[in-house]
Design a protein around this ligand. Structure first.
Ligand SMILES: *Cc1c(COP(=O)(O)O)cnc(C)c1O
Length: 366
């Protein structure tokens, strides 16, 4: 009998890595995005496997995540997508490459790099081409060039932008306008700086939908874990994580009785319910309550009943033959995280990254 666990299939990860690489021209570098605990799958094991498979680069969101990777023996270049200025000195000391997303931040990294006696310390610049999240404005290019022309403490290793709607086919024109703006700003930078650097814009949907955005490197997260934001793309990918639990208790409930907090489900007939050993404290948020999600028990669907509790939730098993200890599939390669998330009004990213630490990760290597 096994308890609540996230099974992580490293063979599926390998398949997805190879598939995504097969979409790139030779020479285009592959950056594996392993932020947020590798989208919930376990940053250490996933990154070790990806290093073994030959990823060219890693990306995380925060400096602390990069330090964790360095500490576990990741030697490949690591990009920090969203460093905070006070951590830039840690980036330098641990040899990780920060994305600089404002002129002020460029000023900061120059000061830190000089103080640490660096020469040509590799940095990446992010430009805002329409997402309006982090990024240097295109109009600020002269300030950027001015700061860079006065120093050799840092060197631009890469320039990036992030697409706002790479999965939305109705926004093609907008995405192409982002790619055009990126082309212009990188051309100008290359001319003025007098050297070449890596250029990267595409996330997973970008890789699959916008070949023009492959440039010299791509940044893939969700695709590695088996999802392509499009059922067509999903056919070629294999979900890496399967969330499983077990029936903790079965209970007969009489017509008219209520189930869960705030009496959130009222039994309209006599019924049989199962208590599942997983709750919002594990990352199964309250949005999955009230029948907004179904789990699989012995091949049949069991909908949630009422409010999801912190450590457990209840499902209707009136018509299901099951006993205490039986396996419960929350999601797997057939009943996917994408299905579960989208039926409840969210996305696979949120469901996967939300799976908490107390859920055991079990790595399947063959
Ligand atoms: C998270 C992130 C990615 C990865 O996106 P996916 O859609 O998961 O492939 C790429 N680039 C940036 C800047 C990100 O923040």
């Amino acid at each position: 009998m096994q308890g609540t666990r996230l099974e992580v299939n490293l063979k599926a990860l390998e398949h997805n890595f190879n598939y995504l690489k097969s979409q790139l021209d030779p020479g285009v570098l592959f950056m594996a995005v392993v932020k947020a605990n590798a989208y919930g799958h376990g940053i250490i094991e996933i990154s070790k496997k990806l290093q073994e498979l030959g990823t060219d680069y890693f990306a995380v969101a925060y400096t602390e995540e990069a330090i964790e990777l360095r500490d576990t023996g990741i030697t490949k270049p690591i990009l920090v997508l969203h460093p905070q200025s006070h951590t830039l000195v840690d980036c330098i000391q641990r040899c990780v490459e920060p994305v600089i997303y404002s002129v002020d931040m460029l000023d900061n990294i120059l000061a830190f790099a000089k103080a640490e006696s660096q020469k040509n310390y590799p940095i990446h610049l992010e430009f805002n081409t329409g997402l309006n999240r982090i990024g240097i404005e295109l109009e600020e290019i002269d300030q950027v060039l001015e700061l860079l022309s006065n120093t050799d403490a840092v060197k631009v290793r890469g320039v990036q932008s992030h697409l706002a709607a790479s999965e939305d086919h109705d926004e093609r024109e907008f995405t192409e306008s982002q790619l055009d703006a990126f082309e212009k700003v990188t051309q100008q930078l290359e001319e003025k700086l007098g050297y070449k650097f890596l250029k990267h814009t595409d996330n997973t949907s970008g890789i699959l939908n916008y070949k023009a955005g492959h440039h010299s490197m791509v940044r893939s997260g969700i695709g590695l874990y088996g999802y392509g934001n499009d059922l067509e793309h999903d056919k070629h990918l294999m979900p890496v994580g399967s969330l499983k639990s077990q029936v903790s208790q079965l209970r007969e409930v009489k017509k008219g009785a209520s189930i869960s907090y705030n009496r959130s489900h009222k039994a309209t007939t006599d019924m049989k319910i199962a208590v599942i050993a997983l709750g919002h404290g594990d990352g199964i948020n309250r949005i999955y309550g009230y029948g907004n999600a179904q789990v699989k028990i012995n091949g049949s669907w069991a909908p949630t009943l009422g409010i999801i509790c912190m450590d457990m939730f209840m499902v209707d098993v009136t018509d299901i033959d099951c006993k205490v200890g039986d396996e419960v599939i929350i999601f797997d390669e057939k009943h996917t995280a994408r299905d579960l998330a989208e039926n409840a009004g969210t996305i696979s990213y949120e469901l996967l990254t939300g799976i908490q630490k107390r859920v055991q990760r079990e790595y399947i290597i063959s």
